[in-house]
Design a protein around this ligand. Sequence first.
Ligand SMILES: [Zn+2]
Length: 476
Amino acid sequence: MKRQIGLLLTAIVAVSAIAVLVANRPDPLEKSFASGDLDEYQLLARDLFRQLIEIDTTHSTGDTTVAANAMADRLLSAGFAADDVRVLGEIENRGNLVARLRGTGSREPILLLAHLDVVEAKKSDWSVDPFVFLERDGYFYGRGTADDKAQAAIWITNLIRMKKEGYASNRDIIVALTADEEGGDYNGVDWLLTNHRELIEAEYALNEGGRGAIIDGEKVFNSIQVSEKVYQSFRIDVTNPGGHSSRPVPENAIYTLAQVLLNISAYEFPVSLSVDTRTFFEKMAPTQPAAIAADMLAISRSPPDPDAAARLAKDPSLNAMMRTTCVATGLSGGHAENALPQLASAVINCRILPGESAETVRAKLTDLIANEEIRMTSIWDAVASNPSPLLPEIFASVENISDRMWPGIVVTPIMAAGATDGLYLRNAGIPTYGVSGMFFDFNDTRAHGMDERILVQSFFEGQEFLYQLVRELSSD
Ligand SMILES: [Zn+2]
């Protein structure tokens, strides 16, 4: 059956799932996930997952050091040397864990990254307790189940499994579980790079950001995130002498700002497809209805067909892949109901294609404002993030394992419209690939929102997928 891509490739946080998938469709991997049927390492993974979910690691009241220490204890009990398990950081309750499974050293290490912190979650906003690990109707519920504690629990479980199996890898395998990916006073990955780079130095890293997509109840593709858009916000301030509202004058700060915002709203940045985005459209085309497939192939050509681009751009997720976007996300103005406004302000959030310069975007906005007296300032400076060229060994391994686990599934590189810690590693010269083998429903986003969850089946499939992937990438 052909599927229509709905929320394809949304922000890095786009996750969730459809219950009927497990209930109604025969699946070659379908098996019981009752406790009695789980193997030793599935039980361990679920146990670590539960432990992580139930440790509050929000920015307001949480503590990633507690979570880092809990995982460190597990590694030490499994026989890791104390030197190879470090909990460290600059802020007491923002600790990071770095652990190392030693290999023969014939290749540079591989780094497996996940973040420990989670987005705020108010119990009153949820139908279940966000900090109680709950298994119900084929899902695990709790803050962090999708972003990013599943991957954290899996990395630790698989490291312990490899240790217990006596696996002789050809390279060190490093796991880093870090703080403040979701915001906060500092960033764990950035801090490690600056202060303890030797602990996480690697040929390349695997991270969150890639996932499998379930569309209309079917597994459609498994993605590898190789690049991400760059985040930059501006504030626009229009000032005016103001006055008494009973005597309006032609120049009004609110009207002027409104006109500027209309100009920005009407403007579309040019379509520009990277190699990876082109590949994405080419790979997705055969899975789509004929008209969409034709458009996807038409924009993959050079130069891209403008009519096809315009049709595809009606989907916000596809549009975000094709061009830089800038959108108004905040507005304020005026100081009294009965006064002419002296100040009107707006916040513009831009998501810049990797490789495009933030200065060009700023210049374009300045053009659209078209008034030298209006001030535009940066409130969050762009941190450039260069794409990681997709290494053939990674693509081949992901394709092989995906095909074994989900025969016929499409594997494709993606650019994320959102951002991850991968940017710090990429900028430091460590190519980073987002890949998880965990499948989520693209039309039911729960990460960062209420009742966050992951399919039980997807969690255990991700565990096996990532185990096989790291094995393939670390053996001759
Ligand atoms: Zn995340």
